[in-house]
Ligand binder design. Structure first.
Ligand code: ATP
Ligand code: MG
Length: 359
């Protein structure tokens, strides 16, 4: 179990700030499609891509949880599971206390109006034949059927103002190809807000924008969070951006969360060697800065057949033979904070005496 604290305990701490999202022991295994001959040869044996393999975490209401890791580590799959755009193979996802896996179609539709997603590529998210006004209004037609067109138009104007697309009537009748990439992502954010969601899963929301626009979009997301009382799951492969927006951060590697904690804790005192090497790769403006941690060696392994023991051990600079390649490390409390957990034999487990490196 990646996170050793039961969900109930998370709910009780922190006082007034309740959990909006509770993900408990969730797995998502995708069956690997085989050709006819390969199926015959394997005699019905099915391989699985273990995209998410036993993941637990919570997000408090009003919090921004970052989810970071290399490509293919399972971040987007976690995002889709949280929104129930995918059904979990095992485990539970609760949003606002409701287990999404138990909801029937109509209740799920209602629950979905409280959760929205923002993807990396706004051009792919927007219908090229819908004007900006139609695109933003569209979710309201589905989720707010009792509103009139005029009321919805008023809402669209307010949201265009809120995302900095001013004056709104200038943009209302434009098509996505008539505005810039950064403005398209603002439109996607406005569309996400029209149903007044509690939760936004933002999957690499600024990755496709210009560097100069990225900072503005991050600023906008922070402003919108305050104005609309939002909670974010902020998915990124770029640790550098998390420090501007995230309160807590979870680091994923090959389908598992290997470290989770307050952003300041994880950045200042990273416990897992994978986190340390990701942080070492974050560029810093100081030219005197020297890398102290080697980057992970080699490619991320195949999630169909992950390495034995700790999945990171073949790339880990401190792995100990006979331990790290044998036993799967469990998440355990680490560091100075109550809420800092990592899964590393040498940093949290019974084998800490084998760690010869400074912490
Ligand atoms: N529908 C699917 N069917 C089969 N395998 C899938 C499916 N969706 C994702 N995967 C696999 O699951 C693993 C995790 O994918 P996912 O997209 O969640 O990673 P990610 O961390 O978001 O990567 P990236 O940073 O590139 O977006 C990958 O090996 C991917 O190939
Ligand atoms: Mg992804």
């Amino acid at each position: 179990m990646p996170d050793p604290r039961p969900v109930q305990e998370f709910q009780n701490d922190g006082g007034e700030q309740a959990n909006l999202v509770e993900v408990t022991d969730v797995k998502k295994w995708f069956p690997v499609q085989k050709g006819f001959i390969a199926s015959l040869l394997s005699r019905g044996h099915v391989d699985y891509v273990k995209a998410v393999d036993d993941v637990s975490f919570t997000i408090k209401r009003g919090e921004v949880l970052g989810l970071a890791g290399e490509s293919g580590s399972g971040k987007s799959t976690v995002g889709r599971l949280v929104l129930r755009l995918l059904d979990a193979t095992e485990g539970h996802v609760k949003v606002d206390g409701v287990d999404l896996g138990t909801l029937k179609r109509e209740d799920l539709r209602k629950a979905r109006s409280k959760m929205q997603v923002v993807f990396q590529d706004p051009l792919a998210s927007l219908n090229p034949r819908m004007t900006v006004g139609q695109a933003i209004e569209h979710p309201a037609q589905i989720h707010l059927p009792d509103t009139t067109f005029e009321e919805r138009k008023q809402l669209v104007f307010e949201l265009l103002e809120a995302v900095g697309m001013s004056p709104p009537d200038f943009f209302y009748d434009k098509y996505p190809h008539q505005v810039s990439g950064g403005q398209r992502q603002r439109i996607v954010l406005a569309r996400a807000l029209i149903t007044r969601p509690d939760l936004i899963v933002a999957d690499e929301p600024i990755a496709s924008a210009d560097v100069s626009v990225q900072a503005l979009l991050l600023e906008l997301m922070i402003k919108l969070k305050e104005e609309f009382d939002l909670t974010y799951l902020f998915i990124t492969h770029d640790l550098a951006t998390t420090k501007y927006i995230c309160d807590r951060i979870a680091i994923m590697y090959l389908g598992k969360i290997v470290e989770i904690g307050l952003l300041t804790e994880v950045f200042n005192n990273p416990r897992h060697p994978y986190t340390r090497s990701l942080l070492a790769a974050v560029p810093v403006p100081d030219p005197r800065h020297r890398r102290t941690e080697p980057l992970p060696q080699g490619e991320i392994p195949n999630p169909i057949n992950p390495p034995s023991g700790c999945r990171f051990h073949p790339r880990c600079p401190i792995a100990v033979e006979g331990v790290c390649d044998v036993e799967d490390p469990q998440m355990a409390r680490t560091g100075a904070s109550e809420d800092h957990f990592a899964a590393c034999h040498l940093r949290t487990g019974a084998y800490q005496h084998l760690d010869r490196r400074p912490t």
